[in-house]
Design a protein around this ligand. Sequence first.
Ligand SMILES: Cc1ncc(COP(=O)(O)O)c(C=O)c1O
Length: 417
Amino acid sequence: MQNFWDQRYAQRVKLMKSSAIRDLLKLTEQPEIISFAGGLPAPDVFPIEQVDAASHKVLQERGAQALQYGPSEGYGPLLELIARTASRDGLPITPENVFITSGSQQGLDFIGRLLVNPGDLVLVESPTYMGALQALAPYGAEYVTIPSDEHGMITSSLEEVLATRKPKLMYVLPNFQNPAGVTMSLERRRQLVELAIRYEIPIIEDDPYSQLRFEGEHLPSLLTLENELRGTEEDTYRGYIIQLNTFSKVLAPGLRVAWMIAAPELVRKLVQSKQGADLQTASLNQMIAYELMRDGFIERHIPLIRRTYRERRDVMLNAMDEHFPACIHWTRPEGGMFLWITLPEGMNATELLREAVKENVAFVPGASFHAEGGVQNTLRLSFSNATPERIREGIARLGRVFHKAVAAQTTTASTHV
Ligand SMILES: Cc1ncc(COP(=O)(O)O)c(C=O)c1O
């Protein structure tokens, strides 16, 4: 039945979709459910005392400023500190390149507002972060998917697509990708950046997880590679990369403080978007993040997050080896918060989720991470939020669900021979 509002929505509302994860999160709030669904950090590593001390310090020393309106581009000392940190490896990043957002998610929305016209092609990996698909869709983005494997986006496929189509933007997650957990190899990063330069296509480099590496070597960002490849002598970065970073995974998502690095011309337009959206990100929260970054706390804190997630990843992988049928495959992330499961062809992860919830365990079916849909036999597990004991128990329960489904599939197949 139509309600009063149904006839009044703007055209773009038709393009908006509710996130399957958010809907699921409601269900998984029940304490008896072991949830591997939401991408939630571990509450055990939230630095509650340090945030308390930093907010006390800020309020004591600069209370009026913390409770006052501030500049739309962000708190000046934080912009400067981020610029200084980002230019450590020789990148020409100045405060003019930096822009504070209320979470990276807001950054994605602003990019949509500024750069996407209805019908514009946006290249994304398959699978990709559902929140980006949701953010750009209302502006009329049409997605073109590039397949990925355990080394990230397959750049030879990208090259084939670029030979015939002219996308407006590319959206890429090079490190411990959400949802697949895979990391793009150095060779492919180079190829991607070369193609972006050759075809003059901006890249959104969404990078919330790069500091959460548990093993292997840190790889240069797309921003660094692009700056090298263009080989300019600029003293302020003016290239094609828009890099999204956030305090959500290294401090706390509830603060809603994130930042973007981009060409100053684009930053000035982003600031206008911000003025129309929420004027500015909360002054107090920016100042807390600044204090904890300035005194080196965040850098000292990250090893604890890495150790915690590494242990949880290992517990999950070992439990999967023990409990999952041999015909199921999964990724082995070197960092981040997620891993990706591929079930045998013909199995449907959404149907399996119903069975899993009966066993009080939850995951996210993979279909909603595929911009063009259609892929039913994949799913995402998050290993960051549940304790090791709950991970062991949850994976054992999932193993029972998967074994039953595989047995049912085998029976159906044999009765059809
Ligand atoms: C790839 C990716 N981008 C952006 C976000 C949003 O982060 P924020 O909390 O900074 O809005 C997330 C959160 O899970 C994410 O995984």
